[in-house]
Write a protein that binds this ligand. Structure first.
Ligand code: SF4
Ligand code: SF4
Length: 421
């Protein structure tokens, strides 16, 4: 047996907990989860059903934990797993799963299928079965601090432009500030307007905040590739930066997977609780609006809808907040047919958008979002995740849809009321 195969199998064994075992012994193969997965609904390829993506783990469970499987192994009549099997599943779980979690919502047995897929991904990553694009992104995140290779110099240039455009000072390394704000790579490289919006909103609401030169990135390539140790290393960098500045709160940027990594998985990755609160930017804006510190004005007359980023809304529970924020400024707001916790993914989450090999598949599955948008006949789509935004902008361009895509934090910044002091 090759070293890679052995590593992969050992990691699958380590991840085989009671939840996983009960999943495999109770799944009745009803197929309900298949119809919830856009990689299956848009391709009708049975390999993309959620349950099939867990197959390496099921095979191992069957051969080592089930009575009949163990017997078959002993008699030498079952087929052992090979390196080629793991290579096949590498493509399936990295290209054909955005870790959107929609399948987990519909299973009549309450099985968290995406959690099992993540365990498969973790075993593959540890054994070295991961797409090149993601391996490179992880390396850059560890070496430089950013999966896109964005250095502090580039951040400083973005800050300089933001200060020129807003006339406001962007605080850096301020010890004792109430909030430490993090950015995602996309927000630095593609959507610098996000930082300008933060500066405007926090100035308006009187929020004490800072950026950190040691922890400016929230993007977690370790989570995307499925490597828990690397994910923990990147979370620890944020923890160290926040502790150094004695920040009481850390603001996750709009970016969905950054929020999952920091808020929900981070303490598990590093094995301890944080000495600060993690708050998503939309949660914070909603809190500021509720306590009267954030006041917006002016109504958008355009017919607007909201694309729910999976990691923020379904997996993160931030469903009411974006709607609370849109309500005072969007008079013609309409919901997509499947929205909130049952939204459809943009198709690029879970590292799919950083994986060049998955390009064609990503464009195919975007058809679901395309039909959702087209049937509403809206003037613009609002969203709150820089990765969704990038993937959807690409899909809109490729499909010649001619529809603007707006970032929610920036939209709020455009509607700030005059300061009353
Ligand atoms: S919905 Fe649940 S029980 Fe049905 S096939 Fe999927 S995992 Fe199995
Ligand atoms: S997590 Fe999303 S993309 Fe992955 S199998 Fe489930 S429904 Fe499909």
């Amino acid at each position: 047996m090759s070293e890679r195969l052995e590593k992969g199998l050992n990691m699958l064994r380590q991840e085989m907990d009671k939840k996983v075992m009960s999943f495999f012994s109770s799944c009745v193969r009803c197929g309900v989860c298949a119809e919830a997965c856009l990689f299956y609904t848009e391709t009708r390829d049975p390999r993309y059903t959620p349950i099939y993506k867990t197959e390496p783990m099921r095979k191992l469970w069957n051969s080592e934990y089930s009575f009949w499987g163990r017997l078959a192994s002993k008699l030498g009549i079952s087929k052992p797993m090979t390196e080629a099997d793991l290579a096949d599943w590498e493509e399936l779980v990295y290209d054909g799963c955005s870790m959107c979690g929609r399948c987990s919502m519909v299973c009549p047995l309450g099985v968290d299928i995406s959690m099992v897929i993540f365990k498969v991904k973790h075993a593959l990553a540890v054994a070295g079965f991961s797409p090149e694009g993601l391996v490179g992104a992880v390396q850059r995140a560890v070496d430089i601090g950013s999966p896109m290779g964005i250095t502090m110099k580039a951040v400083l240039a973005t800050i300089k432009h933001a200060e020129e455009n807003t006339g406001l000072k962007i605080p850096m390394d301020v010890e004792g500030a109430d909030y430490l704000a993090l950015l995602s790579s996309n927000e630095i490289a593609l959507y610098p307007e996000y930082l300008e919006a933060l500066a405007r909103i926090f100035d308006h609401a009187g929020v004490s905040w800072t950026l950190s030169s040691e922890a400016y990135e929230a993007t977690n390539a370790g989570l995307q590739i499925g490597n828990k140790a690397t994910a923990g290393q990147l979370v620890q960098r944020v923890v160290d930066g926040a502790e150094k500045l004695k920040a009481k709160n850390v603001i996750s940027p709009e970016c969905g997977h950054a929020y999952t990594a920091l808020r929900w998985e981070g303490p598990n990755f590093i094995g301890k609780a944080y000495p600060f609160r993690v708050v998503h930017i939309l949660e914070l804006l909603d809190e500021l609006q509720a306590n009267g510190s954030l006041k917006t004005t002016g109504l958008e007359s355009d017919r607007l809808t909201f694309h729910d980023p999976c990691s923020i809304v379904r997996r993160g529970g931030i469903q009411a907040q974006p709607r609370n924020l849109l309500q005072p400024i969007a008079q013609n707001f309409v919901e997509m047919k499947d929205h909130g916790s049952m939204n459809w993914c943009c198709g690029g989450g879970g590292g799919v958008s950083s994986n060049e090999r998955a390009e064609e598949l990503k464009h195919t599955v975007f058809n679901r979002k395309k039909s959702q948008i087209e049937e509403l006949e809206v003037d613009a789509v609002v969203t709150a995740c820089s990765n969704c935004r990038m993937v959807m902008e690409e899909g809109i361009e490729i499909n010649e849809m001619d529809i603007p895509l707006l970032g929610l934090t920036e939209l709020i910044a455009e509607h700030l009321a005059e300061k009353s002091n």
